[in-house]
Design a protein around this ligand. Structure first.
Ligand SMILES: NC(=O)c1ccc[n+]([C@@H]2O[C@H](COP(=O)([O-])OP(=O)(O)OC[C@H]3O[C@@H](n4cnc5c(N)ncnc54)[C@H](O)[C@@H]3O)[C@@H](O)[C@H]2O)c1
Length: 372
């Protein structure tokens, strides 16, 4: 990885969406020396103005188009809710800004394909927030697999278990729930990691099944999707997620286990967070929802990182600062590209399509077929 090209590009940053994630990235921008101007936008004026005041932002508006057109801006973070990414992305593309987009690129596969086309035809640098790539354990795993330590990878397994608190909060923000499936919203993170490890292999088929007994009746969403991908070289990968684990499950969000087997080696990754267990007589508030409390918690299981001494420590800090470095100094970074973000959306939707049809889906699949 290079540390840059010696040039320094001053960053004029627009953050669209000042909720949990927009706030985190904007706070980090304040401390990054290359960020010289920060403008914020949120349709919720109270939320946006509060963040602007807390970080001393240079500008605030409720209209993203107005912010993204300002002459000070040359880079934008799109951190709106999942269904509201497309408008600000389009406005930022029009202005040819460097882009950091929270996943998913879009919740509609056709829109996602069109956005990718526009980003590529404008030659823009756009990355997608697959934060887990910035964990030390995953970076070193990637490095080992890339260096050939496992020989030729023949199979892989990925199992994500998630506390149902996260999906319940996600769907509470919108009535448009049909696209908010476990794979599209959350499984996409472990799918991205796994495909990053399996770089160079092209998936040619997916067979998947879903169930919705726990969250279907109360929230109108699925509980789980389990699938098997086949690649062009005959290798196979099982990808499964269940995001309906009970609220008392000690993980803040998820626990993950990955196994990658090659002709000459195997790599097993335990990301279950069972190495740091807190059990207390007085229930402790959860990170996402202080009124929900638990007696037992797997500490450090909150994916963006943890707050200590008033600051966030963990992968979202590394990821955000690395992106500022990517713009400011031109350093190479392992961020997911917009093309990878689009691929991830299409594959997660293809799993949902296969489960819906009850049959295997050949890949690549047309965005039109996914939206049909
Ligand atoms: N990388 C990660 O680890 C990670 C973790 C959690 C969430 N996310 C993603 O980050 C994004 C934001 O999630 P969050 O938890 O911060 O949500 P949030 O609800 O806390 O914040 C979203 C904000 O966007 C604002 N908003 C909605 N539509 C808007 C519009 N048209 N213009 C301007 N503002 C608008 C809302 O008012 C809200 O304040 C989502 O895409 C989510 O999937 C990523």
């Amino acid at each position: 990885m290079s540390s840059g090209n010696g040039k320094r590009k001053p960053i004029g940053l627009a953050v669209v969406g000042c909720g949990l994630i927009g706030r985190t990235r904007a706070e980090l921008a304040c401390d990054y020396p290359g960020v010289e101007w920060i403008g914020l936008c949120d349709i919720n004026e109270t939320t946006g103005r509060k963040l602007a005041e807390d970080i001393g932002a240079d500008y605030f508006t409720t209209d993203y188009a107005e912010l993204l057109k300002r002459s000070e801006v040359n880079a934008a973070i799109v951190a709106t809710v999942e269904n509201e990414h497309v408008g600000p992305i389009r406005a930022a593309i029009e202005q040819k800004h460097d882009l950091f987009i929270e996943k998913p690129l879009a919740t509609n596969a056709i829109e996602s394909a069109n956005i990718l086309k526009d980003i590529e035809s404008e030659g823009l640098d756009a990355v997608v927030g697959y934060t887990q790539r910035f964990r030390r354990k995953f970076l070193v795993s990637k490095q080992k697999i890339r260096s050939g330590a496992l020989g030729d990878v023949t199979s892989a397994t990925t199992r994500a278990f998630m506390n149902r608190l996260a999906p319940i909060l996600t769907v509470s923000k919108t009535e448009h729930r049909s696209k908010l499936t476990p794979m599209v919203v959350s499984g996409t993170h472990s799918l991205d990691l796994s495909l990053w490890f399996l770089e160079g292999k092209t998936p040619v088929e997916i067979y998947a099944r879903s169930g919705d007994k726990a969250l279907g009746p109360s929230c109108g969403i699925k509980d789980a999707t389990l699938g098997i991908f086949t690649f062009d070289d005959g290798s196979i990968w099982s990808m499964s997620i269940n995001w309906a684990l009970p609220v008392v499950w000690p993980a803040a969000i998820y626990t993950l286990e990955i196994g990658v087997v090659g002709t000459e080696g195997v790599l097993t990754i335990d990301d279950t967070h069972r190495d740091l267990v807190l059990a207390t007589e007085t229930p402790q508030p959860t990170i996402q929802s202080p009124e929900v409390k638990r007696n037992v918690s797997f500490l450090t299981s909150y994916p963006p990182g943890d707050v200590a001494f008033g600051q966030l420590w963990g992968p979202m800090r590394e990821e955000t600062n690395a992106w500022y470095g990517r713009i400011h100094t031109g350093m190479e970074t392992p961020h997911a590209t917009a093309a990878e973000g689009h691929r991830n959306l299409v594959l997660t939707m293809a799993m949902d399509l296969s489960a819906k049809r009850g049959e295997a889906v050949r890949l690549p699949v047309d965005p039109e077929e996914l939206e049909d």
